[in-house]
Design a protein around this ligand. Structure first.
Ligand code: ADP
Length: 292
């Protein structure tokens, strides 16, 4: 049973605004965590819950939301606090009523481009986080190709081997790791990325304004975020046109898109199993064919 009085007390301490321990309305739709709306009317907050050992995951989520909010480019729920209550860890953030109104997909494209203009010197981030429930390491690198080889593709391929996916995927994957650098000829810069930008992590507030949430932030090639918006759909052509109007993409993106989405397909293989194996192998084959 969730210890709502403890959560409300911690929210009150963090926000300086008294938070009541109810009403609580559980909501579905998330992939990883349990979620609920705490409070009513203007006082509503959105709270996600999981086991105690996953506090660091929520801390990284709060840091990612704060990082994106600091760019003042696209709306995100403001994190209020994270903590442990009884046998659970939690994150509390602003509640934003989503859906039911207009969807300004053009604004989503423009505003994501604006967020990507926020840059750092180096690739990676200040802290590691998770992609789904898989660890996502973010050490700082000067070189994007090495970062993608070591911390993204190489990391997931190693996990896949540990999960028993050896053989062809590993052989062809190793060849790709050696050679994919030839595809990165567009001088990518370290942009702030959402990091897990599938359609389920974009919503629209009642006034139509886009909202993104549930991030796996790091600084990387902006094309990696854009690629993921095309992996499972849900963003629409107005989104993409507005993004490109704000900040055109370099030639070669359609091929690099596969390289960047391979990371997520490998992650799905590691999280959900063999159904994604042939998709991952096909993507590796296509990328190697581009490099012949
Ligand atoms: P999970 O981490 O379990 O994947 P999400 O962060 O994606 O959970 O949240 C689950 C659902 O809750 C989302 O699809 C979205 O519809 C809704 N949601 C997420 N954040 C908020 C928020 N701050 N306010 C209102 N609804 C939200």
């Amino acid at each position: 049973m969730t210890d709502w009085p403890s959560i409300a007390e911690q929210i009150t301490a963090a926000s300086g605004r008294r938070c009541a321990a109810g009403p609580v309305q559980p909501i579905g739709g998330g992939c990883i965590n349990r979620a609920a709306v705490l409070g009513s009317g203007d006082q509503r907050l959105f709270v996600k819950l999981n086991e105690v050992g996953l506090l660091a995951m929520f801390e990284a989520e709060a840091a990612g939301l704060a990082e994106m909010a600091s760019t003042q480019s696209i709306r995100v729920p403001m994190p209020i606090c994270t903590g442990v209550a009884g046998l659970e860890s939690f994150i509390a953030m602003d509640f934003i009523a989503l859906g039911g109104g207009r969807s300004d997909a053009k604004a989503a494209g423009r505003q994501l481009a604006a967020m990507h203009r926020c840059r750092r010197e180096r690739f990676g981030w200040d802290r590691d986080n998770t992609i789904g429930s898989t660890p996502q390491p973010n050490p700082a690198y000067d070189d994007w190709v090495s970062f993608w080889a070591d911390q993204r593709l190489g990391f997931q391929l190693k996990l896949a081997a540990e999960n028993g996916y050896r053989g062809r995927l590993q052989q062809r994957g190793a060849q790709l790791l050696e050679r994919f650098g030839a595809l990165i000829d567009h001088d990518p810069a370290p942009s702030l990325l959402h990091g897990d930008l599938w359609g389920g992590n974009l919503g629209y507030a009642q006034d139509g304004a886009p909202v993104i949430f549930d991030p796996a932030c790091y600084y990387g090639d902006r094309e990696a975020d854009l690629a993921m918006t095309e992996l499972f759909g849900g963003f629409g052509m107005h989104f993409r046109a507005a993004y490109e109007e704000a900040w055109p993409l370099a030639p070669g993106y359609p091929v690099r898109k596969q390289l960047y989405n391979l990371y997520h397909v490998l992650n799905h293989l590691n999280l959900f199993g063999g159904g994604y194996l042939s998709q991952a192998e096909n993507m590796v084959d296509q990328l190697l064919a581009e490099l012949c």
